[in-house]
Write a protein that binds this ligand. Structure first.
Ligand code: FUC
Length: 804
């Protein structure tokens, strides 16, 4: 491409200032965990003043204050799942490898799935229930940049940017990568201090279609997923500031020649709608929409794209700040793999800034994988193959629910909406499958003995075209409803409640029809079932189900009253709730029973905490409950052990936080943060901070649940809430002696800021986000609070009102 001097100058003004304003922090320049508002300092002194004045003050948190994960090596491409740095706009994402000679982006679009519609697939196959698929790869090959020196890359979660910087031949080269929610594109910007880029840009369809060269140095692919027939398309444009970018038809790639800087803009879409009424797909090829995405983004120019992205992201991310104390200079100087190794190796040496960053990383992943489209799946959004573990689906017996433990607690209520949209969108399929297939002869382990069926439930796995896979799991619908209800508890949003209510009512109808009478007690119990995921099948009255049905009936009655609907139905299920068999403490073991009889035996230390669901995240059993019952819960939790992996640890920490046992909670955090290389069969955290789930002695899989559940459990150590109460610092470990949190959310409709000094609460600020009344608890102090909607109230460390 030939560019006139004036064109070149204009482009440089629009695009070229970015390298100057985004210095990559040097080693040892780790983030202070501090006020995000205070850290929005505007452009750094090196800002290109022309561009800055044209665009207004920078929304970027400056590099010396941002939360950064730093590395001195690129990802090895074959390990990109464990080492690649994630970007995502809730739908369109990538893992970036960052090698100097080859930038590799492993691309995903969260709705790209195989599978059939409305199938009950007991054998759990990729053709029946389906699997999440890889969108493809984007490569920028720069052979001349091999052997770079001064290499650094980082993930900056304050600004949602991946950056790389290195030197070749005395020149410095920089990259920035982000996925923009407002503009629906992934953007890669390459700049240099007087160097040039010579190489290729290529795009590979994960489903195998041929990449096409388009006019104006663009590439595209599009196709239809075999089986599901889902249509997908992608489009990529390479925009050099100067030099040449041209299409090489022999190899279907763009050739770069002597480009001092360039911008790559990538878009992808599918025809998925998420709605049963559309049969989930429009049948309209999304190609023109992806061309429009790229064209519109290119017209804005890099600076504007970056600004819009960062403003949008910070609008969510900046809502919560967390300070758990200060790490040592030596800790802050470490790269992430070394820092994780150190954290796991020596449980006694706290790294409070890393622990706070782990929480904020969970928020980053929430914003990046759960916005405006599908819920975060087993791998969030970031899967690198067409055969991800467990299809990277939606698992209903802990995993997808745990994915939504964090959003509302951490000030990201809109990120819960994809889960609600998913359930309400699939609901008609699930009702139909339950009606038509739940009582099939093949479902001998779970079907209703009375031969009747109503309402809905699902299997252990759910896909995206209304299909469900593996064994039926009768209590799964009740747990999905708990996740839906939870969002109402935090937001008091009645419009949302009206939207989810039919789903809750229908799940209650399922149980109204399914519950049977226990001949021994005359009480209502679950029919044949399996306690996830252990012990014998065909068990009656399992604790997991009794607790979840109690929860479902309680919340459905509350919802019906709040909405003024179905009074008679609510009365009926309230009466059934009063007749539910409630789990007992075993006289022999002293533990809460997982099954109705002690003669049923499972693994004491099993990874699942299914029978503890009424303790967390359910609310039936609390510290105020019958002491014998509480002791039984504690005995079972103790027997389950303290050594688990990702989600098993996260669930355990949340449970121990409800016993106000800070030391036990904290003892499990180094295990969550223990470094896993990916090929060592170690549980913990990979170099890219993704959760590592060991599958065998030489392989671990990425499973995202603990990346949300771990941070949520940490927040439960700082604040616990129910509709009428907020307990402050219930499990604060000595390692986080002095700190603060701003923007935590509490059930009952509140945002809470807390500060503490030497282990003692020093100040509380409560802001209504819809709530007006609650009761604050701290240690032995308590206080009833009434504030107007959107009002605030402040208290000192003894919960005495303070006027500031
Ligand atoms: C559940 C768990 C497994 C795994 C899988 C994805 O079945 O029991 O441990 O997390 O989900």
């Amino acid at each position: 491409m030939k560019t006139s001097v004036n064109q070149k100058r204009r482009r440089l003004l629009k695009l070229g200032g970015v390298a100057a304003i985004l210095p990559v922090a040097g080693a040892g320049n780790h983030a202070a965990i501090r006020s995000a508002q205070a850290s929005e300092t505007g452009p750094s002194p090196t800002t290109d003043s022309l561009s800055a004045s044209a665009q207004g003050a920078s929304p970027l948190t400056s590099a010396d204050q941002a939360l950064l994960f730093q590395y001195d090596q690129p990802a090895v491409e074959s390990n990109i799942q464990f080492q690649g740095l994630p970007v995502g706009n809730g739908r369109l994402g990538a893992l970036a490898g960052g090698a100097s000679e080859r930038e590799a982006l492993y691309l995903n679009e969260i709705t790209l799935w195989s599978g059939s519609k409305d199938v009950v697939d007991l054998s759990y196959t990729t053709t029946g229930m389906g699997t999440y698929l890889s969108l493809g790869k984007l490569y920028v090959d720069l052979p001349g940049h091999a052997g770079a020196t001064n290499y650094q890359r980082s993930l900056d979660i304050s600004n949602a940017l991946v950056r790389t910087q290195y030197s070749v031949g005395g020149r410095t080269y920089r990259r920035e990568i982000f996925s923009s929610f407002p503009d629906n594109v992934i953007v890669v910007r390459l700049t240099s201090d007087g160097g040039t880029y010579n190489g290729t840009v290529s795009l590979i369809d994960g489903q195998g279609t041929q990449t096409i060269g388009e006019s104006n140095h663009a590439l595209s692919f599009s196709g239809s997923v075999s089986g599901s027939g889902e249509l997908y398309a992608s489009y990529l444009s390479v925009i050099p500031d100067a030099g040449v970018a041209r299409f090489d038809s022999a190899n279907a790639q763009i050739i770069l020649q002597n480009c001092p800087a360039l911008t790559i803009i990538f878009a992808a879409r599918t025809d998925y709608t998420g709605r049963y009424v559309d049969s989930y797909l429009t049948g309209i090829n999304p190609r023109s929409a992806t061309i429009a995405d790229v064209t519109n983004a290119a017209a804005r120019g890099y600076w504007d794209l970056l600004w819009r992205h960062v403003r949008d992201y910070r609008g969510l991310f900046g809502r919560m700040e967390l300070n758990l104390g200060t790490s040592s200079a030596a800790q802050k100087a470490m790269t992430i793999p070394a820092r994780l190794q150190a954290r796991g190796a020596n449980a006694a040496v706290a790294d409070p800034e890393l622990e706070a960053m782990y929480v904020q990383f969970g928020r980053y992943l929430t914003i990046s994988s759960s916005r405006g489209s599908m819920p975060a799946n087993l791998q969030g959004l970031w899967s690198t193959t067409n055969n991800p573990p467990w299809m990277a689906d939606y698992h209903t017996d802990i995993n997808v629910q745990m994915n939504y433990w964090l959003a509302d607690r951490a000030g990201l209520p809109e990120c819960q909406q994809p889960f609600a949209d998913y359930v309400t969108g699939q609901f008609p399929s699930w009702v139909q499958s339950t009606r038509n297939h739940f009582n099939d002869a093949a479902n001998v382990n779970y079907s209703n003995s009375n031969g009747k069926v109503a309402g809905w439930t699902v299997a252990i796995s759910t896909g995206i075209y209304g299909s469900i896979g593996w064994d039926w799991s009768p209590p799964a619908s009740a747990w999905y409803c708990r996740t839906l209800w939870n969002h109402y508890q935090y937001t008091l949003d009645k419009r949302y409640l009206a939207n989810i209510y039919p789903v809750m009512k229908s799940a209650s109808e399922f149980w109204q029809t399914r519950l049977i009478r226990d001949p021994a007690t005359g009480l209502l119990i679950d029919d044949k079932d399996w306690s996830p995921e252990q012990g014998p099948h065909q068990q009656l009255g399992i604790t997991y189900a009794q607790e979840l049905v109690w929860d479902l009936f309680t919340n459905t009655v509350a919802a019906s009253q709040l909405l003024g609907r179905d009074a008679e139905f609510a009365q009926t299920i309230a009466a059934m709730k009063a007749q539910l068999y409630l789990p007992k403490v075993s006289p022999t073991t002293g533990q809460l029973q997982e099954w109705m009889s002690d003669s049923v035996v499972g693994e004491t230390g099993h990874r699942h905490l299914s029978p503890l669901i009424g303790w967390f995240e359910g609310e039936r059993i609390t510290l105020d409950s019958d002491p014998k019952l509480v002791a039984g819960v504690k005995a079972l939790l103790t027997a389950r052990g303290f050594n688990s992996f990702g989600w098993g640890l996260a669930w355990r920490i949340a449970c121990w936080a409800h016993f106000h046992d800070a030391a036990t909670c904290y003892s499990m955090i180094p295990k969550l943060l223990n470094y896993s290389a990916g090929n060592d069969g170690v549980n913990g955290t990979f170099a890219n901070m993704f959760d590592a789930y060991a599958l065998s002695s030489n392989s671990s899989a990425f499973q995202i649940d603990a990346n949300f559940g771990g941070p949520a459990a940490i927040l439960e150590m700082l604040l616990q809430s129910r509709m009428d109460r907020i307990t402050l610092l219930p499990a604060l470990p000595s390692q986080w002696g002095t700190g603060s949190v701003k923007g935590l959310r509490a059930k009952g409709g509140f945002a809470v800021d807390l500060a503490w000094t030497s282990g003692a609460l020093s100040s509380v600020k409560l802001t209504s986000v819809g709530g007006t009344r609650t009761n604050l608890f701290y240690g032995n102090a308590s206080r009833a609070v009434a504030i107007p909607v959107n009002g605030t109230a402040r208290f000192d460390g003894n919960l005495r009102p303070v006027s500031w």
